[in-house]
Ligand binder design. Structure first.
Ligand SMILES: CC(C)(COP(=O)(O)OP(=O)(O)OC[C@H]1O[C@@H](n2cnc3c(N)ncnc32)[C@H](O)[C@@H]1OP(=O)(O)O)[C@@H](O)C(=O)NCCC(=O)NCCS
Length: 152
């Protein structure tokens, strides 16, 4: 069977509900509404991309730019369970890095990750992130690490 090429595109207003369902389930410690997501989509300091196979949303990533601090933070990266292990997160993250490099005055990309999330840390390391420090707050009673990379 032939599958069409999977694609990465910007998240659109039409995806807001689906994204909200995923975020509520996967990142319950964050509290966003569909309206919040729609607001983010209109805000140039947020960059939300999705990976999709035809009309099925298979993964997404969100980056937030802090121009004054000259930094960008990866706020979330997620791939639907059935689609994991196919380099989808790698492609999403490469797109985020590519976009960060294109923005003027951004010199650092960083993220927070639970110390126990070995899979995600493996992915970050492969793409050039390095452990920076232990974050000053816990999340879900878990230790959180800060990982970062320089953007040139
Ligand atoms: C982490 C996550 C985004 C990875 O998505 P994915 O599309 O399966 O990742 P990739 O296929 O691009 O994997 C890239 C590398 O990371 C490794 N990896 C990914 N998930 C892993 C896991 N759970 N355990 C071990 N290694 C893992 C892959 O093996 C691959 O390394 P390799 O090239 O040496 O084989 C996905 O598991 C997920 O959505 N998890 C839940 C949400 C989450 O934890 N997000 C991160 C929050 S900080």
């Amino acid at each position: 069977m032939h599958f069409p090429e999977p694609q990465i595109t910007k998240v659109s207003i039409k995806d807001a509900e689906t994204l909200n369902d995923i975020i509520e389930e996967e990142f319950p410690y964050t509290s966003f509404s569909v309206e919040d997501i729609k607001k983010k989509l209109k805000n140039k300091n947020f960059f939300l991309i999705k990976h999709h196979q035809k009309n099925i949303l298979t993964g997404f990533a969100e980056a937030e730019f802090f121009p004054k601090k000259e930094e960008v933070r990866l706020n979330a990266i997620f791939v639907e369970e059935a689609w994991r292990g196919q380099r989808i997160a790698t492609h999403l993250l490469k797109r985020i890095i590519h976009d960060a490099k294109r923005r003027k005055g951004i010199y650092k990309l960083f993220l927070l990750v639970k110390e126990s999330n070995r899979g995600a840390k493996h992915l970050y390391k492969k793409l050039g992130f390095e452990f920076e420090k232990i974050h000053d707050k816990e999340l879900d009673e878990s230790i959180v690490e800060v990982w970062s990379m320089g953007i040139v």
